[in-house]
Design a protein around this ligand. Structure first.
Ligand code: F6P
Length: 551
């Protein structure tokens, strides 16, 4: 029998439980239980989660945890950490946790002790960071390399970017870090504009070293380097790479000694902990990079060893299942009240949507239940003046995570207090809303006539009963940021297990890449036979606009 979570006993229990729960407003749940916030709170690795503002009671959580057990989540967690081939469509183990295995547990893949392999790469990264810092590895004129440019896309960009932004207060003096990701020539042009060729180090970060955007941008950066006076034999002083593809990287001109390995058992979107994090290790310093790994490891250990009732990734994952599968919620908002975490939603979009955007189970059977949600979000308070309206009064139920450090790295007057006030105020409004009686009393106190009140009241009623999680931590330290990112990785894993999908392949991305290649040919040749009339018309327009139709 193919796996089908909707046939599990606990799923059926939850379906019935949801019907009972429909009429209950969270406002009443809080009134009825003064200890609700304490009951529904848990902490790990410096992160406190208050999930009391969810449409749950103790029975809901018990049923959700029973579902996790019935779906064999405990076995799945063990299997991932042990290195089982859980990415079955690609025949690979999934061991990003081994990259931050600070307690040095023995992990082997096909008989190879990968803890030793990981440690050797970390040593190489550390040595390289020291050489760049001391000037032993310098630019072609002997100057110290001080501007690091990471060329990569997807997991070779988004995760690293979140880390370097989040840890900006920890950057070493004198360093700058930039990113080139997009194939849009504007990206490489704008970044290169301000670079000094003598002091710039490009890191070509590409697991495959075959990703179109990264290769084209690396070629453009190398062309820029030559335009500035660099010579082919000097490329090795200014370009290093992180890749599994040694041949392609060395053919590009990178010295094999400056090539940092990657492995098939690390997915791109889970790779920031590997040498893909080299740029961060350089800018932050290796010790800080290790603290990031330690924070993630602490979350791994929490996930691996803590009972589900207190397990942060399991709680968040199962709450997501509750809303996506039983309330038909289609999306999930990530709202960081921390300017340093402004790119967290972008990274989590890839982690979550590339992982669980799947419609067949491991054995290829189509699913008849919803899988990965749309992940979106941004920073507060900016979002409050944009999309929060839809959260408060729109027709859709959108569960949201509110994330904020209790202390600011940049205390300015009473800004942080205002930020926290808004952080709580928004969640309170989502929970409480405003009843018609409250609205009418308010308008009447303002002296409005009954007719005016009748007209205005429906617009001012806010339903409330909209769920949110509150994630707080003392300060955005490297350990906490590591733990936070790992928390979301594991949340995605939990949901993938319940939905029965392979969270670690991404075949859907491949089709777009292939079709892009053939359109590129048609743009050059003008041969549009076989294309739909819309694509053919647009190809012709592009050729006209760029003088290609004359050639
Ligand atoms: O978007 C598809 C993808 O394969 C991602 O999974 C990956 O992070 C990204 O492309 C970049 O791949 P690479 O590191 O091989 O250049």
């Amino acid at each position: 029998m193919p796996y089908n979570p909707t046939q599990l006993d606990t799923w059926k229990i939850l379906t019935a439980h949801k019907k009972e729960h429909d009429a209950i407003h969270m406002r009443d749940l809080f009134k009825a239980d003064p200890d609700r916030a304490q009951t529904f709170s848990a902490s790990a690795s410096g992160i406190d989660l208050d999930y009391s503002k969810n449409r749950i009671n103790v029975h809901t959580m018990a049923h959700l945890m029973a579902l996790a057990r019935e779906a064999k989540l405990p076995e799945a967690i063990e299997g991932m950490f042990r290195g089982d081939i859980i990415n079955r469509s690609e025949g690979r183990a999934v061991l990003h946790t081994a990259l931050r295995n600070r307690s040095q547990r023995l992990i082997s893949v096909e008989g190879e002790d990968i803890t030793a392999t990981v440690n050797a790469t970390l040593d190489k990264m550390k040595g390289f960071a020291e050489q760049v810092q001391s000037g032993k590895f310098a630019g072609y004129t002997g100057k110290k390399l001080r501007t690091i440019v990471n060329i990569g896309i997807g997991g070779s960009f988004l995760g690293p970017k979140v880390v370097s932004d989040a840890l900006k207060p920890y950057w070493q003096d004198g360093y700058d870090l930039k990113y080139i990701a997009n194939i849009d020539g504007t990206d490489v042009t704008e970044v290169c504009k301000d670079l000094d060729p003598e002091t710039t180090l490009f890191i070509v970060a590409s697991k495959s070293f075959s990703t179109l955007e990264t290769l084209k941008n690396a070629e453009a950066a190398r062309a820029w380097f030559f335009e500035q006076g660099g010579k082919p034999d000097q490329v090795k002083h200014h370009f290093v790479a992180v890749s599994t593809n040694i041949k392609a990287a060395t053919e590009f001109g990178i010295d094999e000694a400056n090539l940092f390995p990657m492995w098939d058992w690390v997915g791109g979107r889970y790779s920031l902990w590997s040498a893909i994090g080299l740029a961060q290790a350089l800018v932050l310093g290796f010790d800080t990079f290790e603290q990031l790994l330690s924070g993630a490891h602490a979350m791994d250990e929490h996930f691996r060893t803590t009972g589900f009732e207190h397990n942060l990734p399991v709680i968040l994952g199962m709450l997501g299942v509750w809303y996506h599968n039983f309330f038909d919620a289609e999306s999930h908002a990530v709202l960081s009240y921390d300017e340093y975490l402004k790119d967290l939603p972008n990274h989590l979009q890839q982690v979550d949507m590339e992982s669980n955007g799947k419609a067949v189970t491991h054995d290829g059977s189509p699913v008849s239940w919803q899988t990965g949600p749309v992940i979106w979000g941004g920073t507060g308070t900016n979002g409050q003046h944009a999309y929060h309206q839809l959260l408060h009064q729109g027709t859709r139920l959108i569960p949201a995570d509110f994330i904020m450090p209790l202390q600011s790295h940049n205390p300015v007057a009473d800004h942080h207090q205002w930020l926290f006030a808004n952080f709580l105020g928004q969640q309170q409004a989502l929970l409480e809303g405003k009843t018609e009686a409250e609205v009418r009393a308010e308008l009447s106190a303002k002296g409005l006539s009954e007719t005016d009140i009748d007209e205005l009241a429906p617009h001012k009623v806010i339903p409330g009963n909209r769920p949110s999680n509150t994630l707080t931590f003392e300060k955005g330290t490297p350990e906490v940021i590591g733990a936070l990112i790992a928390l979301y990785e594991h949340k995605v894993f939990v949901q993938g297990v319940i939905w029965g999908v392979n969270s670690f392949d991404q075949w859907g991305v491949e089709l777009g890449k292939l079709l892009g290649n053939s359109v590129f040919e048609a743009l050059s040749s003008g041969a549009t036979e076989g294309y739909d009339s819309s694509t053919a018309q647009l190809i012709a327009r592009f050729r006209d606009a760029n003088g290609l139709s004359q050639s």
